[in-house]
Design a protein around this ligand. Structure first.
Ligand code: KQY
Length: 371
């Protein structure tokens, strides 16, 4: 497929909201034993459950290594398309492309730079060369032309409402280990040019325990243009309290690209979750990979859900907050089934259901010959 020059905005493309219709969903298969305990078998069961849940609502493609092809095939429902695709880990939200549309059936993809959430100095593993090619390969398989953006950016680090507003967090996009030398205005200029947004809301920090540096996809997302759901805790002793309160104040004081005040709906977090001794002991140690030690806090959040066609696949943690969270999301996402999937094993790898999924918008026109 062609690599395009110019920018999506100049070509009339923008990123649609995740809640817009999808043609399908991409995932990657977990396998590295230095991130996933017990040679990734419990995580594979959790990923398979997510894939099966999404596949009830839209087509799912899973990228898998040659080593794991037969195992994944046996664990995934037949309706899931399995393709051989090398990766260093399984976070397609972050390593996959961001799809943009022109509103007339054209679809293209953005391939951001990826450096494992902070490169050699601040990142989570080395090497990441396979991950850095995931977006290009997904676009090739989808038959979609590609823009190459000179910005280190992960898909979990921003949310758009599809009407010109973007939510993000300062510590990720302005991380000197990701985009050294770029200031807020320079990063915003890239976001505007590539995602077609006009208003950028910079949240000061992410949730405690978030090893990405504080991805917004754990903290806050749009339930529709003009309304967000925000992770919340009533526990003033929890360091998450100040993070959520600051974010709420900032969003309530802001207006979006259409001049609206943004509605904020609080969604209580599960109780703080930590890695147990048994869980930590199941993870291999490897030089160059961030350690998983007993007692480390995990960034568990119901905001890290995946909205698919007609449903939302929502993380379940076995917490007393699960049922109220599912009820709250049902009210905020009318017309969607709320499908809880146990997410502890995904959380142990450092993320949630949103982090392991990437939506593809429907194409009505073949864009594959734009060169
Ligand atoms: O927040 C996300 N989008 C991904 C989390 C990545 C964790 C890497 N171990």
């Amino acid at each position: 497929m062609a690599t395009l020059h110019g920018t999506p905005r100049d070509d009339g493309f923008f990123m649609p909201a995740e809640t817009a219709p999808h043609a399908g969903c991409w995932m990657l298969w977990p396998e590295r034993p230095d991130n996933w305990r017990l040679s990734a078998r419990p995580a594979q069961r959790a990923f398979a459950a997510v894939a099966a849940a999404v596949a009830r609502f839209e087509p799912v493609t899973v990228g898998v290594s040659h080593r794991q092809y037969l195992n994944a095939r046996a664990m995934l429902p037949p309706a899931v398309r399995l393709v051989e695709l090398s990766s260093d880990d399984a976070w397609v939200r972050d390593t996959g492309p961001a799809f943009v549309v022109d509103g007339a059936g054209g679809v293209r993809g953005i391939d951001w730079r990826f450096n494992a959430w902070g490169g050699l100095a601040g990142g989570l593993y080395f090497p990441w060369d396979h991950d850095a090619l995931v977006a290009q390969k997904v676009l090739e398989i989808e038959g979609v032309d590609r823009y190459q953006a000179d910005l280190v950016l992960e898909g979990g680090a921003f949310h758009v409402d599809g009407e010109g507003t973007l939510l993000t967090t300062r510590p990720c996009l302005l991380d000197p280990n990701r985009n050294p030398g770029l200031d807020e205005a320079e990063v915003e200029a890239v976001l505007r040019a590539y995602l077609g947004v006009d208003a950028v809301l910079w949240l000061p920090r992410g949730l405690p325990g978030d090893e990405t540096g504080g991805h917004v996809d754990n903290l806050c997302c749009f339930v529709r243009p003009g309304a967000v759901v925000l992770a919340w805790t009533d526990d003033h002793a929890d360091p998450a309290y100040d993070v959520c309160r600051e974010a709420e104040e900032l969003i309530r004081a802001a207006t979006d690209a259409r001049g609206r005040q943004i509605e904020v709906h609080r969604l209580h977090l599960p109780e703080p979750q930590h890695i147990t001794v048994e869980e930590a002991e199941g993870v291999d140690r490897a030089p160059g990979t961030a350690r998983r030690d007993a007692g480390q806090r995990l960034a568990a959040s119901y905001v890290n859900y995946y909205p698919c066609n007609g449903a939302a696949i929502v993380p379940a943690f076995g917490s007393r907050h699960d049922a109220p969270a599912f009820a709250a999301l049902a009210a905020l996402l009318p017309g969607r089934d709320i499908v809880p999937v146990p997410a502890r094993e995904i959380l142990l790898g450092g993320g949630g259901i949103h982090c392991i999924t990437q939506q593809v918008p429907p194409a009505l026109r073949c864009e594959g010959s734009a060169s």
